[in-house]
Write a protein that binds this ligand. Structure first.
Ligand code: G3P
Ligand code: MG
Length: 246
């Protein structure tokens, strides 16, 4: 991996400048030249995968209560942009399908992070897998989650799909654990691993991707370590730094 090989993934879209997990954020990520977008999905009451981070609507939409208590068409009535700025009040909660259709005309990698209730685990797998197949985007999708059981189930049903576990703190024996879950990707909180731990796992062939890296010194460091990608809200800054390092 060269210095320039690290990709820049827009965390929740370009979320320092656009409302997170919205189509306008994804389009802005593509326009500025990000290599990929990361976004969070969960199921609605009528089992439609939709793109939103929190289990509840309150922080990022004009709705209230749990996402899974609403149908997809009920959710469409809420603004997903006005909390950020009035300019974006027309933004709604995207469905996964809308993002996949959009992605067909763009070349970015899609990191789909499974959120939602563990009670919906099997249903999420059963709903999402056919959608990925339908749009034939599996080659540029990374499926990840803090819920490693979901990741493993996805991997089992579609061994060709790239998967990753997300961790908030370092795993005790990461190499054997990653092999056990059968994933290549290790998405870790950017302050949770020592440089030598990152390097050793990269050397073993794992794809190390820290989140959420917004400060210049950390961005540079992960580029230098040769991570596969970084997740950042500061897409423009990260691309500029990478440009200077080439
Ligand atoms: O997938 C990396 C990162 O997005 C995990 O944290 O809370 O931003 O979804 P969160
Ligand atoms: Mg996420």
């Amino acid at each position: 991996m060269t210095l320039t090989g690290t990709k820049v993934f827009a965390h929740r879209g370009f979320s320092s400048q656009y409302p997170e997990n919205t189509m306008v954020a994804f389009q802005a990520s593509a326009d500025i030249g990000a290599d990929g977008i990361e976004f969070d999905i969960q199921l609605t009451k009528d089992h439609v995968p939709v793109v939103i981070h929190d289990l509840t609507l309150d922080r990022t939409t004009t709705g209230k209560g749990f996402v899974r208590d609403y149908t997809a068409s009920e959710l469409k009535k809420f603004s997903a942009g006005s909390w950020f700025s009035d300019t974006f009040k027309a933004e709604t909660i995207p469905t996964l399908e809308e993002v996949l259709i959009w992605a067909k005309t763009h070349s970015l990698t899609l990191n789909i992070e499974l959120k939602g209730s563990v009670a919906d685990r099997n249903l999420t797998v059963a709903t999402v897998l056919p959608l990925l197949k339908k749009y034939d985007l599996e080659e540029r999708i990374i499926l990840s989650s803090f819920d490693h059981k979901s990741v493993h189930t996805f991997q089992k049903h579609n061994p060709f799909l790239e998967t990753a576990v997300i961790v908030a703190a370092a795993l005790y024996e990461p190499e054997s654990y990653l092999r056990h879950v059968n994933v290549l990707g290790y998405h870790f909180s950017y302050v949770s691993l020592l440089d030598e731990e990152v390097k050793a796992l990269i050397k073993k062939g794992f794809r190390l991707r820290p989140y959420t890296v917004n400060e210049e010194r950390w961005i540079k460091k992960f580029f230098e370590l040769g991570c596969d990608a970084i997740f950042t809200d500061e897409v423009e800054k990260a691309l500029r730094i990478r440009g200077r390092m080439i």
